[in-house]
Design a protein around this ligand. Structure first.
Ligand SMILES: *Cc1c(COP(=O)(O)O)cnc(C)c1O
Length: 360
């Protein structure tokens, strides 16, 4: 372990302050193994299809998801927006859950880039059913704007990392297809869902027309997401990616870390889930905090702090003073996300910080 890459990684490791960062699973730093792989990656010009590491990553992603093809994109947002562009026509509606990422966190690109609008459905746990979706599909009459796409999010980020029971997701896909509608999956955290369900990602996503998943969330890669689908869809996605400015060159540097994320990191996600449960159980016993630990299914913990008399943002400012970084889900609720750079001991310190804030 004496290469310059490992040395730099070690230095980062030891100089890291005692801050516990639970804002998101995107804050992870690449592992020493990733840094070495990045330094040593074989590369070429990916716009010419000549980057061997990118090609290997795309091929492995397609295999793991049981699909014909996959395309590497710099962000999950770009992956989702390429899919939306290809599945819809301007003037159409997209059915999705009200707090969905594509609707709230992607800069209105579904309107800006694809000319679509959203027909949102609120569901407390973020999980839609066919019954809910069916009622929002527009009648096939010429003077009504038409539904163009159904989109699901698994796990559902802002509903607290909730997981689609496979039957419910399968049912929505089957019935939407019967109604002539494609279904896209925002699977930014699909490996967390797979771990929670104890099933391979290929099985839980097989009925979707396209799936986007992130390497840069719980899997720990510094950059990157993939979009998987059939061969024609992914060929078309290459043009749209280029149009969005996502045609990268020697991006094998990134794919090298991505391959490690894809191959090795799913096997450790259960630790993040156990840590999230641990946090939830600890929080449940504190005055002024409202959370049902039984609802925490993966690595996201959302809890109501209104009983403390503080708003969510006041609460997170107090936590930051105690070296604990957290996010907010809305004005009353705080969000913790566990990931590979917070171990059990860091979670214990996090609970200690919350205790101090509620007791002050
Ligand atoms: C993070 C995330 C994305 C993609 O985000 P980028 O920051 O663009 O990579 C998409 N969907 C969900 C649910 C996410 O949490």
């Amino acid at each position: 372990m004496s290469s310059p890459a490992t040395h730099a990684a070690d230095e980062l490791q030891t100089s890291r302050p005692t801050i516990v960062d639970l804002r998101s699973d995107t804050v992870t730093k690449p592992t020493p193994e990733m840094r070495i792989a990045m330094a040593e990656a074989e590369v070429g010009d990916d716009v010419y299809g000549e980057d061997p590491t990118i090609n290997r990553l795309e091929q492995r992603a397609a295999e793991i998801f049981g699909r014909e093809a996959a395309i590497f994109v710099p962000t999950g947002t770009m992956g989702n927006q390429i899919a939306i562009k290809l599945h819809t026509k301007p003037g159409q509606e997209i059915i999705c859950e009200e707090r969905g990422h594509i609707f709230n966190w992607e800069m209105a690109m579904l309107a800006w880039f694809s000319g679509c609008t959203v027909r949102p459905i609120y569901s407390e746990d973020g999980i839609l059913t066919w019954e809910m979706v069916r009622k929002q599909i527009s009648a096939r009459i010429y003077y009504r704007q038409q539904t163009g796409l159904v989109e699901l999010e698994n796990t559902h980020n802002m509903a607290g990392g909730t997981v689609y029971p496979q039957k419910i997701a399968d049912d929505i896909c089957d019935r939407a297809h019967e109604a002539g509608l494609p279904v896209h999956l925002d699977g930014a955290r699909i490996f967390n869902a797979a771990v929670a369900l104890g099933k391979p990602v290929a099985e839980i996503t097989r009925k979707f027309d396209s799936v986007m998943f992130c390497l840069s969330k719980g899997l720990g890669a510094p950059v990157g997401s993939l979009l998987v689908g059939n061969k024609t869809f992914i060929e078309q996605a290459r043009s749209v990616r280029k149009a969005l400015g996502g045609g990268m060159r020697q991006a094998g540097i990134l794919a090298a870390a991505g391959l490690i994320a894809l191959e090795k990191m799913p096997a450790r996600l259960h630790e993040d889930h156990a840590n999230a449960k641990f946090l939830a159980k600890g929080l449940a016993g504190l005055p002024g905090i409202d959370i049902d630990p039984a609802r925490v299914q993966t690595n996201i913990v959302i809890f109501d702090v209104s009983g403390t008399g503080m708003s969510a943002s006041e609460f997170t400012h107090k936590l930051a003073e105690k070296n604990l970084l957290a996010g907010t889900a809305d004005t009353q609720r705080v969000r913790f996300v566990t990931h590979m750079d917070v171990n059990r001991e860091a979670c214990e310190r996090a609970l200690e910080a919350v205790k101090q804030v509620v007791n002050d």
